[in-house]
Design a protein around this ligand. Structure first.
Ligand SMILES: Cc1ncc(COP(=O)(O)O)c(C=O)c1O
Length: 399
Protein backbone atom coordinates (compact mmCIF):
# COMPACT_ATOMS: atom_id res chain seq x y z
CA UNK A 1 0.00 0.00 0.00
CA UNK A 2 1.48 3.33 -0.97
CA UNK A 3 1.55 6.00 1.73
CA UNK A 4 0.19 9.38 0.81
CA UNK A 5 2.74 12.06 1.63
CA UNK A 6 0.57 14.94 0.44
CA UNK A 7 -3.11 15.80 0.82
CA UNK A 8 -5.71 14.65 -1.70
CA UNK A 9 -6.37 18.32 -2.58
CA UNK A 10 -2.67 18.85 -3.31
CA UNK A 11 -2.54 15.72 -5.46
CA UNK A 12 -5.38 17.13 -7.51
CA UNK A 13 -3.71 20.56 -7.73
CA UNK A 14 -0.49 19.03 -8.96
CA UNK A 15 -2.28 17.13 -11.71
CA UNK A 16 -4.24 20.26 -12.74
CA UNK A 17 -1.09 22.38 -12.80
CA UNK A 18 0.71 19.87 -14.98
CA UNK A 19 0.07 21.52 -18.39
CA UNK A 20 2.46 24.41 -17.92
CA UNK A 21 4.89 22.15 -16.05
CA UNK A 22 4.84 19.72 -18.96
CA UNK A 23 5.78 22.55 -21.34
CA UNK A 24 8.54 23.63 -18.98
CA UNK A 25 9.96 20.10 -18.85
CA UNK A 26 9.59 19.66 -22.62
CA UNK A 27 11.61 22.88 -23.03
CA UNK A 28 14.47 21.57 -20.88
CA UNK A 29 14.60 18.30 -22.87
CA UNK A 30 14.48 20.07 -26.26
CA UNK A 31 17.27 22.44 -25.26
CA UNK A 32 19.42 19.49 -24.17
CA UNK A 33 18.86 17.67 -27.46
CA UNK A 34 18.91 20.51 -30.02
CA UNK A 35 20.76 23.33 -28.19
CA UNK A 36 19.25 26.40 -26.51
CA UNK A 37 19.45 28.50 -29.69
CA UNK A 38 17.29 26.10 -31.69
CA UNK A 39 14.30 26.29 -29.35
CA UNK A 40 11.75 29.13 -29.55
CA UNK A 41 10.17 29.26 -26.10
CA UNK A 42 6.94 31.30 -25.99
CA UNK A 43 5.60 29.46 -22.96
CA UNK A 44 6.53 31.70 -20.03
CA UNK A 45 5.18 35.15 -19.09
CA UNK A 46 8.50 36.15 -17.64
CA UNK A 47 9.41 39.77 -18.49
CA UNK A 48 12.92 39.86 -19.96
CA UNK A 49 13.68 43.61 -19.87
CA UNK A 50 16.15 45.16 -17.42
CA UNK A 51 14.73 47.40 -14.68
CA UNK A 52 14.94 51.18 -15.26
CA UNK A 53 18.34 52.87 -14.60
CA UNK A 54 16.81 54.44 -11.48
CA UNK A 55 16.87 50.98 -9.84
CA UNK A 56 20.70 51.03 -9.77
CA UNK A 57 20.72 54.47 -8.13
CA UNK A 58 18.23 53.30 -5.47
CA UNK A 59 20.47 50.30 -4.71
CA UNK A 60 23.59 52.50 -4.43
CA UNK A 61 21.83 54.79 -1.97
CA UNK A 62 20.61 51.88 0.12
CA UNK A 63 24.06 50.21 0.07
CA UNK A 64 25.60 53.42 1.42
CA UNK A 65 23.30 53.17 4.46
CA UNK A 66 24.08 49.55 5.38
CA UNK A 67 25.76 50.46 8.68
CA UNK A 68 22.56 52.07 10.01
CA UNK A 69 20.94 50.03 12.79
CA UNK A 70 17.97 47.94 11.62
CA UNK A 71 18.29 49.25 8.06
CA UNK A 72 17.12 45.82 6.87
CA UNK A 73 14.88 45.18 9.88
CA UNK A 74 11.16 44.62 10.35
CA UNK A 75 8.71 47.36 9.45
CA UNK A 76 4.94 47.84 9.83
CA UNK A 77 3.20 44.84 8.21
CA UNK A 78 1.65 46.86 5.38
CA UNK A 79 5.05 48.17 4.23
CA UNK A 80 7.14 51.27 5.10
CA UNK A 81 4.95 54.34 5.74
CA UNK A 82 7.02 56.38 3.25
CA UNK A 83 6.68 53.66 0.59
CA UNK A 84 2.90 53.51 1.05
CA UNK A 85 2.68 57.32 0.79
CA UNK A 86 4.69 57.38 -2.39
CA UNK A 87 2.66 54.56 -3.91
CA UNK A 88 -0.63 56.25 -2.93
CA UNK A 89 0.43 59.52 -4.62
CA UNK A 90 1.35 57.65 -7.84
CA UNK A 91 -1.86 55.62 -7.84
CA UNK A 92 -4.03 58.70 -7.14
CA UNK A 93 -3.10 60.04 -10.58
CA UNK A 94 -3.38 56.71 -12.37
CA UNK A 95 -6.72 55.80 -10.76
CA UNK A 96 -8.16 59.34 -10.81
CA UNK A 97 -9.00 58.89 -7.11
CA UNK A 98 -7.47 60.73 -4.13
CA UNK A 99 -5.64 58.00 -2.19
CA UNK A 100 -3.68 58.21 1.05
CA UNK A 101 -1.16 55.78 2.53
CA UNK A 102 -3.93 54.16 4.60
CA UNK A 103 -5.72 53.09 1.40
CA UNK A 104 -2.79 51.07 0.05
CA UNK A 105 -0.87 48.06 1.33
CA UNK A 106 2.32 46.49 0.03
CA UNK A 107 2.55 42.70 -0.24
CA UNK A 108 4.60 39.98 -1.91
CA UNK A 109 3.65 40.40 -5.55
CA UNK A 110 0.11 40.60 -6.93
CA UNK A 111 -0.10 36.89 -6.05
CA UNK A 112 0.69 37.43 -2.38
CA UNK A 113 -1.72 40.35 -2.16
CA UNK A 114 -4.57 38.41 -3.77
CA UNK A 115 -4.01 35.63 -1.24
CA UNK A 116 -4.13 38.20 1.59
CA UNK A 117 -7.34 39.65 0.12
CA UNK A 118 -9.09 36.27 -0.12
CA UNK A 119 -7.87 35.34 3.37
CA UNK A 120 -9.49 38.53 4.64
CA UNK A 121 -12.88 38.45 2.91
CA UNK A 122 -13.86 34.85 2.11
CA UNK A 123 -16.11 32.64 4.23
CA UNK A 124 -15.73 28.89 3.52
CA UNK A 125 -17.65 28.08 0.33
CA UNK A 126 -17.77 31.68 -0.94
CA UNK A 127 -17.59 32.05 -4.70
CA UNK A 128 -15.30 34.21 -6.81
CA UNK A 129 -16.39 34.92 -10.38
CA UNK A 130 -13.92 35.24 -13.22
CA UNK A 131 -14.19 35.53 -16.97
CA UNK A 132 -12.49 32.65 -18.82
CA UNK A 133 -9.83 32.37 -20.14
CA UNK A 134 -7.94 33.51 -17.04
CA UNK A 135 -4.58 33.30 -15.27
CA UNK A 136 -4.84 29.74 -13.93
CA UNK A 137 -3.40 30.45 -10.49
CA UNK A 138 -6.51 32.41 -9.44
CA UNK A 139 -8.21 29.07 -8.81
CA UNK A 140 -5.58 28.10 -6.25
CA UNK A 141 -5.49 31.55 -4.59
CA UNK A 142 -9.25 31.27 -3.93
CA UNK A 143 -9.04 27.64 -2.86
CA UNK A 144 -6.19 28.47 -0.43
CA UNK A 145 -8.73 30.39 1.65
CA UNK A 146 -11.87 28.27 1.36
CA UNK A 147 -13.16 29.94 -1.82
CA UNK A 148 -14.49 28.41 -5.03
CA UNK A 149 -13.65 29.96 -8.37
CA UNK A 150 -16.58 30.13 -10.80
CA UNK A 151 -15.55 30.57 -14.37
CA UNK A 152 -17.82 32.22 -16.97
CA UNK A 153 -16.82 32.22 -20.65
CA UNK A 154 -15.90 35.59 -22.15
CA UNK A 155 -17.44 37.07 -25.32
CA UNK A 156 -16.30 34.99 -28.28
CA UNK A 157 -15.50 37.81 -30.68
CA UNK A 158 -13.14 40.01 -28.64
CA UNK A 159 -12.54 38.15 -25.32
CA UNK A 160 -14.40 40.94 -23.46
CA UNK A 161 -16.45 40.21 -20.32
CA UNK A 162 -19.99 38.89 -20.80
CA UNK A 163 -21.86 40.95 -18.17
CA UNK A 164 -25.17 39.10 -18.63
CA UNK A 165 -23.56 35.67 -18.24
CA UNK A 166 -21.60 36.87 -15.19
CA UNK A 167 -24.81 38.23 -13.65
CA UNK A 168 -26.53 34.89 -14.24
CA UNK A 169 -23.69 33.20 -12.33
CA UNK A 170 -24.18 35.32 -9.17
CA UNK A 171 -25.50 33.42 -6.13
CA UNK A 172 -25.91 34.41 -2.47
CA UNK A 173 -22.35 33.05 -1.98
CA UNK A 174 -20.72 35.37 -4.54
CA UNK A 175 -18.04 37.46 -2.83
CA UNK A 176 -15.95 38.90 -5.64
CA UNK A 177 -15.45 39.25 -9.38
CA UNK A 178 -11.91 39.32 -10.77
CA UNK A 179 -11.21 41.34 -13.90
CA UNK A 180 -7.78 41.26 -15.52
CA UNK A 181 -7.21 43.90 -18.17
CA UNK A 182 -4.91 43.96 -20.11
CA UNK A 183 -5.56 40.25 -20.02
CA UNK A 184 -3.36 37.23 -19.59
CA UNK A 185 -3.79 35.13 -21.76
CA UNK A 186 -6.13 36.79 -24.30
CA UNK A 187 -4.50 40.23 -24.77
CA UNK A 188 -7.93 41.90 -24.39
CA UNK A 189 -8.23 45.39 -22.88
CA UNK A 190 -11.65 46.04 -21.34
CA UNK A 191 -13.39 49.24 -22.44
CA UNK A 192 -14.77 51.77 -19.96
CA UNK A 193 -18.22 50.85 -21.22
CA UNK A 194 -17.68 47.18 -20.33
CA UNK A 195 -16.30 48.04 -16.90
CA UNK A 196 -19.21 50.37 -16.18
CA UNK A 197 -21.65 47.63 -17.16
CA UNK A 198 -19.90 45.23 -14.77
CA UNK A 199 -19.99 47.83 -11.97
CA UNK A 200 -23.73 48.43 -12.51
CA UNK A 201 -24.35 44.68 -12.55
CA UNK A 202 -22.43 44.24 -9.27
CA UNK A 203 -24.29 47.15 -7.60
CA UNK A 204 -27.61 45.46 -8.34
CA UNK A 205 -26.40 41.96 -7.46
CA UNK A 206 -24.88 43.16 -4.15
CA UNK A 207 -28.21 44.72 -3.18
CA UNK A 208 -30.04 41.53 -4.09
CA UNK A 209 -27.82 39.19 -2.08
CA UNK A 210 -27.47 41.62 0.84
CA UNK A 211 -23.68 42.00 1.01
CA UNK A 212 -21.12 43.74 -1.20
CA UNK A 213 -19.53 41.84 -4.06
CA UNK A 214 -15.98 43.14 -4.52
CA UNK A 215 -14.63 44.04 -7.94
CA UNK A 216 -10.96 43.02 -8.01
CA UNK A 217 -9.02 44.61 -10.84
CA UNK A 218 -5.79 42.63 -11.29
CA UNK A 219 -3.72 44.83 -13.55
CA UNK A 220 0.02 44.06 -13.70
CA UNK A 221 -0.04 44.68 -17.48
CA UNK A 222 -1.63 48.17 -17.26
CA UNK A 223 1.44 49.76 -18.89
CA UNK A 224 1.20 47.53 -21.97
CA UNK A 225 -1.67 48.83 -24.08
CA UNK A 226 -0.94 49.20 -27.78
CA UNK A 227 -1.96 51.67 -30.49
CA UNK A 228 -2.78 54.44 -28.00
CA UNK A 229 -5.58 52.48 -26.31
CA UNK A 230 -6.32 53.71 -22.81
CA UNK A 231 -6.73 51.31 -19.90
CA UNK A 232 -9.60 52.84 -17.90
CA UNK A 233 -9.20 53.58 -14.19
CA UNK A 234 -11.35 51.02 -12.34
CA UNK A 235 -11.31 52.45 -8.81
CA UNK A 236 -13.72 55.36 -9.46
CA UNK A 237 -16.30 53.10 -11.14
CA UNK A 238 -17.47 51.15 -8.08
CA UNK A 239 -17.31 51.75 -4.31
CA UNK A 240 -16.26 48.18 -3.59
CA UNK A 241 -13.51 48.13 -6.22
CA UNK A 242 -9.94 47.19 -5.29
CA UNK A 243 -6.83 47.30 -7.45
CA UNK A 244 -4.33 44.48 -7.09
CA UNK A 245 -1.11 44.78 -9.04
CA UNK A 246 2.68 44.71 -8.89
CA UNK A 247 5.86 46.07 -10.38
CA UNK A 248 6.80 42.65 -11.77
CA UNK A 249 6.13 43.46 -15.42
CA UNK A 250 6.43 47.24 -15.85
CA UNK A 251 9.74 47.70 -13.98
CA UNK A 252 11.09 44.15 -14.41
CA UNK A 253 11.01 43.51 -10.63
CA UNK A 254 9.20 40.14 -10.77
CA UNK A 255 11.72 38.42 -8.50
CA UNK A 256 11.62 41.22 -5.95
CA UNK A 257 7.94 40.49 -5.21
CA UNK A 258 6.68 44.08 -4.90
CA UNK A 259 2.90 44.00 -5.12
CA UNK A 260 0.12 46.11 -3.70
CA UNK A 261 -3.58 46.60 -3.15
CA UNK A 262 -5.46 49.92 -3.31
CA UNK A 263 -8.97 50.31 -1.88
CA UNK A 264 -11.58 52.76 -3.05
CA UNK A 265 -11.74 55.25 -0.14
CA UNK A 266 -15.50 55.56 -0.76
CA UNK A 267 -15.93 51.95 0.38
CA UNK A 268 -17.89 51.49 3.58
CA UNK A 269 -15.51 50.32 6.32
CA UNK A 270 -12.40 50.60 4.16
CA UNK A 271 -10.40 50.92 7.40
CA UNK A 272 -11.65 47.57 8.71
CA UNK A 273 -10.81 45.88 5.41
CA UNK A 274 -7.30 47.38 5.52
CA UNK A 275 -6.78 46.19 9.11
CA UNK A 276 -7.79 42.68 7.98
CA UNK A 277 -5.48 42.80 4.96
CA UNK A 278 -2.49 43.86 7.03
CA UNK A 279 -3.22 41.13 9.57
CA UNK A 280 -3.49 38.56 6.74
CA UNK A 281 -0.22 39.79 5.22
CA UNK A 282 1.43 39.00 8.54
CA UNK A 283 -0.12 35.66 9.40
CA UNK A 284 0.22 34.18 5.91
CA UNK A 285 3.93 34.49 6.60
CA UNK A 286 5.22 36.30 3.53
CA UNK A 287 4.26 39.74 4.97
CA UNK A 288 5.44 42.81 3.04
CA UNK A 289 7.94 42.85 0.19
CA UNK A 290 11.55 42.83 1.44
CA UNK A 291 13.21 46.16 2.31
CA UNK A 292 15.28 46.06 -0.90
CA UNK A 293 12.16 45.64 -3.04
CA UNK A 294 10.49 48.65 -1.45
CA UNK A 295 13.55 50.85 -2.10
CA UNK A 296 13.65 49.59 -5.68
CA UNK A 297 9.97 50.42 -6.10
CA UNK A 298 10.46 53.92 -4.68
CA UNK A 299 13.37 54.53 -7.06
CA UNK A 300 11.50 53.30 -10.13
CA UNK A 301 8.07 54.74 -9.37
CA UNK A 302 6.99 57.26 -11.98
CA UNK A 303 9.76 56.43 -14.48
CA UNK A 304 8.52 56.15 -18.04
CA UNK A 305 7.52 52.77 -19.43
CA UNK A 306 7.42 54.13 -23.01
CA UNK A 307 10.62 52.33 -24.00
CA UNK A 308 9.27 48.97 -22.80
CA UNK A 309 6.03 49.64 -24.66
CA UNK A 310 8.01 50.33 -27.85
CA UNK A 311 9.98 47.07 -27.46
CA UNK A 312 6.80 45.02 -26.95
CA UNK A 313 4.97 46.81 -29.77
CA UNK A 314 7.71 45.81 -32.19
CA UNK A 315 7.66 42.22 -30.95
CA UNK A 316 3.87 42.07 -31.20
CA UNK A 317 3.94 43.32 -34.78
CA UNK A 318 6.72 40.92 -35.83
CA UNK A 319 4.92 37.92 -34.33
CA UNK A 320 1.58 39.05 -35.81
CA UNK A 321 3.13 39.04 -39.30
CA UNK A 322 4.72 35.61 -38.76
CA UNK A 323 1.46 34.07 -37.52
CA UNK A 324 -0.60 35.62 -40.32
CA UNK A 325 1.92 34.44 -42.89
CA UNK A 326 1.80 30.90 -41.54
CA UNK A 327 -2.01 30.95 -41.64
CA UNK A 328 -3.02 31.15 -37.95
CA UNK A 329 -6.22 32.93 -36.93
CA UNK A 330 -5.92 35.38 -34.04
CA UNK A 331 -7.27 38.60 -32.54
CA UNK A 332 -4.43 41.14 -32.46
CA UNK A 333 -3.67 41.70 -28.75
CA UNK A 334 -4.65 45.18 -27.55
CA UNK A 335 -2.53 44.80 -24.44
CA UNK A 336 -0.24 42.54 -22.32
CA UNK A 337 2.41 40.41 -24.01
CA UNK A 338 0.40 37.43 -25.18
CA UNK A 339 -1.12 36.14 -28.41
CA UNK A 340 -4.05 33.75 -28.06
CA UNK A 341 -4.51 32.25 -31.53
CA UNK A 342 -7.15 29.70 -32.44
CA UNK A 343 -6.07 26.07 -32.42
CA UNK A 344 -6.70 24.63 -35.90
CA UNK A 345 -9.64 22.22 -35.64
CA UNK A 346 -10.18 23.38 -32.06
CA UNK A 347 -7.66 20.96 -30.56
CA UNK A 348 -5.30 23.01 -28.40
CA UNK A 349 -3.22 20.03 -27.23
CA UNK A 350 -2.68 18.81 -30.80
CA UNK A 351 -1.34 22.13 -32.13
CA UNK A 352 0.90 22.59 -29.10
CA UNK A 353 2.24 19.08 -29.69
CA UNK A 354 2.96 19.87 -33.36
CA UNK A 355 4.59 23.17 -32.43
CA UNK A 356 6.77 21.36 -29.87
CA UNK A 357 7.88 18.89 -32.57
CA UNK A 358 8.97 21.97 -34.53
CA UNK A 359 10.84 23.38 -31.50
CA UNK A 360 8.27 26.12 -30.75
CA UNK A 361 6.90 26.08 -27.20
CA UNK A 362 3.39 27.33 -26.46
CA UNK A 363 0.74 26.63 -23.80
CA UNK A 364 -2.64 25.01 -24.59
CA UNK A 365 -5.62 27.19 -23.60
CA UNK A 366 -6.99 24.50 -21.28
CA UNK A 367 -4.33 25.75 -18.85
CA UNK A 368 -6.22 29.04 -18.55
CA UNK A 369 -9.39 28.06 -16.73
CA UNK A 370 -10.22 25.14 -19.00
CA UNK A 371 -10.94 27.44 -21.96
CA UNK A 372 -10.77 25.27 -25.08
CA UNK A 373 -9.62 25.77 -28.65
CA UNK A 374 -6.69 28.21 -28.41
CA UNK A 375 -3.05 28.38 -27.43
CA UNK A 376 -1.02 31.08 -25.70
CA UNK A 377 2.23 32.58 -26.93
CA UNK A 378 4.17 34.96 -24.67
CA UNK A 379 6.21 37.52 -26.59
CA UNK A 380 8.27 38.42 -23.53
CA UNK A 381 11.19 36.95 -25.48
CA UNK A 382 14.09 38.43 -27.45
CA UNK A 383 13.38 39.68 -30.97
CA UNK A 384 15.76 37.04 -32.35
CA UNK A 385 13.60 34.23 -30.94
CA UNK A 386 10.51 35.65 -32.64
CA UNK A 387 12.34 36.09 -35.93
CA UNK A 388 13.64 32.52 -36.07
CA UNK A 389 10.26 31.01 -35.11
CA UNK A 390 8.64 31.57 -38.53
CA UNK A 391 9.58 28.19 -39.99
CA UNK A 392 8.43 26.27 -36.89
CA UNK A 393 5.03 27.97 -36.96
CA UNK A 394 4.64 27.28 -40.67
CA UNK A 395 5.64 23.62 -40.47
CA UNK A 396 3.41 22.94 -37.43
CA UNK A 397 0.40 24.07 -39.41
CA UNK A 398 1.19 22.77 -42.87
CA UNK A 399 3.46 19.82 -42.14
C1 LIG B 1 -2.73 38.17 -14.65
C2 LIG B 1 -1.68 37.98 -13.61
N1 LIG B 1 -1.99 38.26 -12.34
C3 LIG B 1 -1.06 38.09 -11.36
C4 LIG B 1 0.21 37.65 -11.64
C5 LIG B 1 1.18 37.47 -10.51
O1 LIG B 1 2.05 38.57 -10.46
P1 LIG B 1 3.16 38.74 -9.36
O2 LIG B 1 4.42 38.20 -9.91
O3 LIG B 1 3.22 40.20 -9.08
O4 LIG B 1 2.73 37.97 -8.15
C6 LIG B 1 0.56 37.34 -12.96
C7 LIG B 1 1.91 36.83 -13.28
O5 LIG B 1 2.21 36.40 -14.35
C8 LIG B 1 -0.41 37.52 -13.96
O6 LIG B 1 -0.14 37.25 -15.25
Amino acid sequence: MSVSVISAAMEQNLSQGSLIRRMFEAGIELRKTYGADAVCDFSLGNPDLAPPAEAAQAMKELAARMSEPAILGYMPNGGFAWAREKLAAWLSKQQKTPLEARHVMLGCGAAGVMNAFFHTVLEPGDEVLVSAPFFGEYRFYGQNHGGILKSVPCRRDDFGPDAAALEAAVTPRTRALIVNSPNNPSGAVYSEEDLKALAAMLEGASRRIGRPIYLISDEPYRFLAYDGIEVPAVLPLYDHAVIISSFAKNYGLAGERVGYIALNPAMEQAGVLMDGLIFSNRVLGFVNPPVVGQYLMAGCLGTSTEKALAVYTKRRNTLAAILADAGYEYVLPKGSFYFFPKAPGGDDNAIVERLTQNLVLAVPSSGFGGYPGHFRLSFAVEDAVIERSAEGFRKALRG
